[in-house]
Design a protein. Structure first.
Length: 87
């Protein structure tokens, strides 16, 4: 996003925006970018971590954990199969 600034003080409460996006889940950042490119002034409000639940604690971290567990499983299985093949 162009011209993005993080503002964390009361003076930003008096500024007017064409659009206010609440939350930075899957659609928030891309919507903010499209509106900004269309010439609108946009404020994005996020309560906690930028990216929402999916990026920070949900879908993506879970998929990474599952992929790591699968890789460990494959490595252990390959080691067992290699030992069994030598007999």
């Amino acid at each position: 996003m162009d011209n993005v600034a993080s503002v964390d003080h009361a003076s930003s409460l008096t500024q007017r925006y064409d659009a206010i996006i609440i939350g930075t889940g899957q659609a928030g950042p891309s919507l903010a970018k499209r509106l900004s490119q269309a010439g609108m002034s946009v404020a994005v409000v996020e309560r906690h971590l930028f990216g929402g639940t999916c990026v920070n604690t949900g879908c993506i971290p879970t998929k990474a954990m599952v992929a790591s567990a699968y890789a460990a499983h494959v490595a252990r299985r390959a080691r067992r199969l290699r030992r069994g093949h030598r007999r």
